[in-house]
Write a protein that binds this ligand. Structure first.
Ligand code: PLP
Length: 476
């Protein structure tokens, strides 16, 4: 019986979580786990009889926690952030307790209405204009896949829903060379085929060249193909570059292409009015995705997908077997009729908690701090002998590399930087990841975790310089 006592165990979980989140700075960001180590510590077979929660909890602390990567660590500067925050964690607990399915309005009226409402708050907060309908997806990957499926069907007058792609023209999808891999995935999963993803050249700022886009569309039409979608990026994953929406979206409109903006990471920054320049023209898109689960202090998963035409998404996604028919279907939103998922979690609750418990101004302060610290850290690295900045700060992201004066570009320099990333990540005080940029191995610094504070930037800078010193000395 006591195994089911949520009051007792909930208090334990709450105390444990608070302790974990406030002592993270003392743990290594990334565990030094070897592949297979976690499984080797677990019994091969499931228990036949109930175990005591006490024992399960102890194993959680001893066998699991030491082997997770601590994404909420204040010096997690790898990939992009994937934030939790106390109000969000609290709402996740309540969501789990409710265990509600939000597929139809009637399967959880508050789930549906709060989702609509809180995304309208986010729409207002980000200044993306009017006329959008929000839906929460499990990730930007799912939002982008949904958009590509709709673009595909719309280009084929929804005939594809019945007859597939058989006998149709080649559909063509345009992206810049900085687009996220999820676009490519959507293009092959949708049956459009990877060969029909057209990568458009970028200019010196990393933005899609509008003349090259127009030329590619013209050439495709001349070849008898069917241009169907443009996916523009705001804050690309590698080094944070963006397409100029006010240049490329008008081309999509004029050519009758469905347009989707992937702002998975950078979208959260739009809550700060002074950071909205990069999104100029966004109101012309058909679809925009941004991830509160990245940079808006909201637990994974919470991806905000804004769409112009609910009708178009319903045409592609809807299916109503007898057991899903509802009495009141006319004046309510049934989210599963416009999404890939049928069963849907109550994901709006945590975003509602976060927005209310921080307030818009509290969230703006966090993002402004991250952006300022990113600039400061880049400036300090730029002013340090033997280092160079390889891409300037874009919001909370920049990249750098070690480039001691005596070493020229090439494999040896790439190798030196790979060894620096290794040394940093073995050390445990911070966590960084790499990317290839303009043919070079560069090290990304992505600042955006809820718990990061000014002194974490000092600690990180000092560790990077200290760990680089012996590597540079080795080579001279
Ligand atoms: C993170 C990211 C994605 C993928 O987001 P998920 O929510 O993990 O699917 C897509 N595009 C960009 C630009 C991203 O940064």
């Amino acid at each position: 019986m006591k195994n089911h006592d949520l009051k007792v165990w909930g208090s334990r979980a709450a105390a444990w979580s608070a302790h974990y989140l406030t002592t993270l700075a003392d743990r290594p960001v990334r565990p030094s786990t070897r592949p297979g180590e976690v499984r080797a510590s677990l019994p091969a077979e499931p228990p036949q009889e109930a175990e005591d929660v006490e024992a399960v909890f102890a194993d959680f602390e001893n066998l699991i926690v030491p082997h997770v990567t601590n994404w909420q660590h204040p010096r997690f500067f790898a990939y992009f952030p994937s934030n939790a925050s106390p109000p969000s964690v609290l709402a996740e607990w309540l969501t789990a307790a409710l265990g509600a399915q939000c597929m139809l309005w009637q399967t959880s009226p508050a789930g549906t209405e709060l989702e609509t409402h809180v995304l309208d708050w986010l729409r207002q907060m980000t200044g993306i204009g009017a006329g959008w309908h929000g839906v929460i997806q499990g990730g930007a990957t799912l939002a982008t896949l949904s958009a590509i499926l709709v673009a595909r069907d719309k280009a084929l007058n929804w005939e594809s829903k019945e007859s597939g792609l058989f006998g149709q023209k080649r559909l063509r999808v345009y992206v810049s060379s900085h687009a996220h891999s999820s676009v490519e995935k959507a293009v092959f999963l949708s049956g459009i085929g990877r060969e029909n993803l057209v990568k458009i050249a970028v200019d010196d700022d990393g933005a899609m060249r509008v003349d090259a886009l127009q030329a590619a569309i013209d050439a495709d039409r001349a070849a008898g193909h069917l241009p169907c979608a443009l996916v523009a990026v705001l804050g690309a994953t590698g080094v944070g570059v963006s397409d100029r929406l006010d240049e490329v979206l008008p081309v999509a409109c004029a050519e009758g292409l469905f347009s989707h903006v992937d702002a998975a990471w950078a979208g959260s920054a739009l809550i700060c009015p002074e950071m909205r320049d990069m999104a100029k023209g966004i109101e012309q898109a058909d679809s925009v995705v941004m991830n509160p689960h990245k940079w808006l202090m909201t637990n994974f998963d919470c991806s905000a997908h804004f769409i112009k035409s609910v009708e178009d998404f319903k045409k592609t996604m809807s299916i109503t077997p007898a057991y899903l028919v509802t009495q009141d279907a006319d004046d309510v939103t049934d989210f599963s009729q416009m999404t890939l998922e049928l069963g849907r979690r109550f994901r709006a609750l945590k975003l509602w908690f976060v927005i209310r418990c921080y307030g818009v101004s509290g969230l703006q302060t966090i993002i402004r701090d991250h952006v300022r610290w990113t600039e400061e850290m880049a400036r300090r690295i730029a002013n340090t002998d033997g280092f160079e900045i390889t891409s300037s700060p874009q919001l909370g992201l920049f990249s750098f590399r070690l480039a001691p004066g005596h070493m020229a570009d090439g494999a040896a320099l790439d190798d030196l930087n790979a060894r620096l990333v290794d040394a940093i990540n073995q050390d445990g005080a911070l966590y960084l990841t790499q990317t290839m940029h303009e043919g070079r191995y560069v090290i990304r610094v992505s600042i955006g975790t809820t718990a990061t504070a000014a002194n974490d930037i000092d600690i990180a800078y000092e560790r990077i310089v200290a760990l680089a010193a012996p590597l540079i000395a080795d080579k001279s």
